[in-house]
Write a protein that binds this ligand. Structure first.
Ligand SMILES: Cc1cc2nc3c(=O)[nH]c(=O)nc-3n(C[C@H](O)[C@H](O)[C@H](O)COP(=O)(O)OP(=O)(O)OC[C@H]3O[C@@H](n4cnc5c(N)ncnc54)[C@H](O)[C@@H]3O)c2cc1C
Length: 541
């Protein structure tokens, strides 16, 4: 049951007031990415007093930087990780059932240029179909050359023998994160962004709460909790160290980048899956919000960062592979945006991060800090269920059944037309349209090259805890990922509109634009790349 009475869905100040009203929380979650938000939904929907704290914005970390696939993972099938694939395929089906407004059935072509590839990938993908069981999204098919080109007309026809068509799911990661936050709140949770956990409180050597700091006004709070869950992704080790300076590190970092191109490079609705890159991985080119996302890479990195940056080599790697497969080669000037994310992989002995497990991992420290990490966006629900089954007895909470297998996610709406504007709001779409009915100026596009209208900015500030220009352009809308230059150009307009809504002054506006511009320039392809030509790239081996 929603404890916030005035129809405001996510309002930060009201949430903060709850910190003073609730003397002890049942469950306190550190981290507002897919993992933490999934746990908040699970815990709140079971009826526990649930608090989630996020240092930056919801999904600011890895959870807004994925390939946007809800998938079993064809790559993990290649690696023979049947358990992970079967679990993820089941979760894919549940996510599609409970979030039909955000997750869609996406067809993929695996192009075949070698004689053996049709039979090889055809068989593998039949196994993938079989593993999905009743939650399958449609049977895979072996196609001849003409049928393959009908699905993906911009594939390089030279040497093409045919292709294998298969199905997986696709979604908007940051939007799902916001809707998970709203679902948690719909069930009574308190979720707060820009609230950093700075210390762990202990009594008798056991964790009993948290010291937290509001990153916006600097206020500090002490919070009591029966159970504390560390769901901080690539920052997992820093929370483990807050618990115990001598704690062993758990996480290996692997960076993955994507480039974003205009739709003309893949004009049909079918995505491409390149089954074997030079480093023996897979590479996707997937239609997304009328653009194409191409990626990803798997580069071991040492330093953790909330704002990772794609390297020249990574951009070159993605461009090199995609130009091999397309009839019209993109150049660096065609790249609309580049974004990078860090995978929190559970450490193994192997130095290659691409073979470290994507399965999730749960640990409990001597002081009863519960840590969950690894996994995938696709499996967030199962990760939450698994950790809650451990937390409930550990924290002495009354047993309550997990209900998330059948829980509709905020915005739930059936029969969504994925080509219609604002579809990604699901059942909230009408509320945004009603803002436009009251003030027609809000129907103006935020930028001619971007598909978002001003009403979305107003809605995000009023109802989705959108606090900064970056929140608005990176995660409430996906402007920064779709077209970084356009996002930079519209930042002043968006800052002004936000300032009006939030009653902020000119200094705030200037500051917000400066901060956003500094961050957004890392999403523009590195300028020296403009000197390269696609032909030059093709010669790189
Ligand atoms: C390149 C790439 C592509 C991927 N593609 C896919 C895909 O297509 N499909 C799929 O299923 N999975 C994909 N994944 C995996 C998926 O994105 C991750 O498994 C998932 O997002 C991890 O979520 P998380 O919540 O554990 O971590 P995060 O999203 O990083 O969340 C952790 C949060 O903790 C917060 N935090 C840190 N310290 C503190 C503190 N002291 N106080 C409060 N908060 C704190 C951080 O700010 C952060 O927001 C991909 C991953 C990468 C890197």
């Amino acid at each position: 049951m929603n404890i916030f009475t005035n129809q405001i869905i996510l309002k930060r100040q009201e949430m903060i007031q709850m910190l003073n009203l609730i003397s002890e929380w049942d469950i306190c979650i550190i981290g507002g990415g897919a993992t933490g938000l999934g746990i908040a939904v699970d815990a709140a929907s079971r009826g526990y007093k649930t608090l989630l704290l996020e240092k930056f914005d919801f999904a600011k970390g890895t959870s807004s930087r994925s390939t946007k696939l809800v998938h079993g993972g064809v790559r993990y099938l290649q690696q023979g990780n049947i358990k992970l694939v079967m679990e993820a395929l089941k979760e894919r089906g549940l996510l599609l059932k409970n979030t039909p407004h955000l997750v869609k059935n996406q067809s993929f072509i695996v192009p075949n240029y070698k004689w053996w590839e049709g039979a090889f990938y055809g068989l593998g993908l039949k196994a993938y179909d079989w593993m999905s069981g009743s939650l399958g999204l449609g049977p895979s098919q072996i196609l001849n050359k003409e049928e393959t080109l009908a699905q993906a007309p911009t594939l390089d026809p030279e040497g093409l023998r045919g292709g294998v068509l298969y199905h997986d799911g696709q979604f908007d990661d940051a939007r799902l994160a916001i809707h998970l936050a709203m679902t948690a709140v719909d069930h009574g949770a308190v979720v707060i962004n820009y609230m950093s956990v700075e210390g762990l409180l202990k009594a008798n050597k056991k964790i009993c709460g948290l010291a937290v700091k509001d990153m916006i006004d600097g206020k500090e709070f002490e919070i009591k909790a029966k159970a504390v869950i560390n769901a901080t992704g690539v920052f997992t080790d820093s929370i483990l160290k807050l618990d115990n300076q001598k704690a062993e590190t758990l996480i290996s970092l692997s960076q993955g980048i994507h480039i974003v191109l205009d739709k003309e490079f893949l004009p049909a609705s079918t995505a491409i899956m390149i089954p074997r890159t030079d480093d023996k991985r897979v590479l996707f080119a997937v239609p997304w919000h009328n653009k194409i996302i191409v990626g990803t890479t798997d580069t071991p990195v040492v330093n953790v960062s909330a704002e990772p940056i794609a390297s020249e080599e990574e951009i070159e790697f993605v461009m090199h592979h995609i130009t091999r497969y397309l009839s019209k080669d993109p150049t660096y000037a065609d790249i609309r945006s580049v974004f990078a994310g860090l995978r929190p992989l559970v450490k193994g002995n192997n130095k290659l991060t691409s073979v470290l497990s994507r399965e999730h991992f749960i640990s409990i420290s001597d002081s009863e800090l519960i840590t969950i990490t690894g996994g995938k966006w696709t499996t967030y629900r199962k990760m939450a269920e698994d950790v809650m089954e451990i937390v409930i007895p550990k924290a002495g909470l009354p047993e309550k059944e997990c209900i998330t297998k059948d829980l509709q996610i905020h915005g739930y709406k059936e029969a969504v037309d994925f080509d219609s504007p604002l579809y990604y709001y699901g059942s909230d779409k009408e509320k945004i349209q009603s803002l436009v009915e009251k003030d027609s100026s809000l129907s103006t596009l935020i930028h001619p090259a971007l598909p978002y209208i001003m009403a979305e900015i107003v809605w995000a500030v009023q109802n989705e805890m959108c606090m900064t220009v970056e929140d608005a352009l990176s995660r409430r809308t996906r402007a920064l990922l779709l077209d970084a230059k356009a996002a930079i150009e519209t930042a002043p307009q968006v800052a002004n509109m936000m300032a009006k809504e939030m009653k902020k002054d000119d200094e705030w506006i200037k500051n917000q634009i400066d901060i956003f511009n500094r961050l957004a320039k890392n999403y523009l392809p590195i300028s020296k790349h403009e000197l390269h030509s696609a032909d030059k790239l093709k010669t790189i081996n």
